[in-house]
Design a protein around this ligand. Structure first.
Ligand code: ADP
Ligand code: MG
Length: 338
């Protein structure tokens, strides 16, 4: 769906400072996948997203989106290509002087749809985002979540294969954020719509993305399946995002580790994924290998719809290698921390 190769983009015209917004970005997004791009403010996320529909033209690199080499298209072809790429924004960008229905109809008018087909299409789109009864209202009469639903309906109007989301939930409260993310996940499933979303919150990535790239200073510093990146972050920037998502206070964590380090024996971190997260594996492994264990830290949650658990345990006595083998046999990932 998307293939980016070595994309560079800088701002500044030689007088002011030269800002390297994108410093050699390569990444691929598959059809039907939800791809997250996470990074701090100024990392280059919005610029990258705007490159994907050529609202921003890169200085160099190659760019294939929805089967087309965007950089080789003329203006008319590019307008056509953009109808296959929808976009939603943090602040919704609705026209305040137009009704909800007129906002959703807007891209259809620009695409010169026959007038008779526009009203039924708008009704269908509003129903899809849960706003069937709201078409006559003005944006100012809607809640933030409803405004974003209008933004989504408008973005879907011309039937795109790809939806770009620029911090689409950052202006919303946690409950509304969840509802909008659920809607995006549903559209991904039901329409096979590929979604690229940028965010500064790991929790957004954890809820709906299949894969993620971590952006820092215009470069991809880590990328992979969300479960892999979330459970085993490699880069310092990624670790910070994961800690924020887990509400881990670093000072508290250091105290915990101080406690952990005075425990005798070995220290293991176990990662369970899928339904075995709920199985009583540990007791059985302890009985069979004769180890004794104490749980020092643990959590169970979900990545998209897959449950996972992560436990830090202190192990004494028994056959440690045997216990490790039994756990590995059951698909539990074991890391020996000490
Ligand atoms: N139109 C622009 N003109 C000049 N600098 C820009 C422009 N757009 C973005 N930048 C700069 O490029 C860098 C990346 O910005 P941006 O892509 O908006 O990051 P993010 O969305 O991750 O916060 C920042 O240093 C920003 O100030
Ligand atoms: Mg931004």
């Amino acid at each position: 769906m998307i293939e980016l190769q070595d994309i560079h983009k800088h701002f500044g015209n030689g007088e002011g400072p030269r800002i390297k917004a994108l410093d050699g970005i390569s990444l691929g997004v598959k059809a039907g996948e939800v791809f997250g791009i996470i990074g701090h403010s100024g990392a280059g996320k919005s610029t990258l997203l705007r490159v994907l529909n050529l609202l921003e033209r890169p200085d160099s690199g190659s760019l294939r989106v929805a089967g087309q080499d965007l950089l080789s298209l003329d203006d008319a072809q590019l307008r056509g290509a953009r109808q296959r790429i929808g976009m939603i924004f943090q602040h919704f960008n609705l026209l305040g002087s137009r009704t909800v229905a007129e906002n959703v109809a807007w891209p259809l008018r620009i695409a010169r749809w026959p007038a008779a087909q526009i009203a039924p299409r708008v009704a269908e789109l509003l129903a899809r985002v849960g706003l069937a009864e709201q078409g006559h209202k003005y944006p100012a009469q809607l809640s933030g979540g409803q405004k974003q639903r209008v933004g989504i309906a408008r973005a879907l109007a011309t039937g795109p294969e790809l939806l770009l989301c620029d911090e689409a939930t950052s202006a919303l409260d946690p409950q509304t954020t969840r509802a909008i993310l659920d809607l995006l996940a549903q559209l991904n499933r039901e329409l096979g719509l590929a979604i690229v979303l940028i965010t500064h919150e790991m929790d957004v990535v954890r809820r709906i993305c299949d894969r993620v790239a971590v952006l820092e200073a215009g470069r991809v510093v880590e990328t992979g399946p969300v479960a892999e990146v979330f459970l085993h972050p490699q880069h310092a920037v990624t670790r910070r995002f994961v800690q924020e998502a887990e509400n881990i206070d670093e000072n508290e964590q250091h105290e915990d580790y101080a406690q952990i380090h005075i425990r005798p024996g070995h220290l293991l971190r176990l990662t369970f994924q899928g339904e075995r997260t709920y199985e009583p594996l540990l007791g059985e492994v302890a009985r069979r290998s004769g180890i004794d264990f104490g749980i020092l830290h643990g959590r169970i949650d979900r990545i998209k719809s897959t449950p996972y658990g992560q436990l830090t345990i202190a192990v004494t006595g028994g056959d440690l290698a045997g216990a490790q083998a039994l756990l590995a046999e059951r698909g539990v990932r074991v890391e020996v921390l000490r």
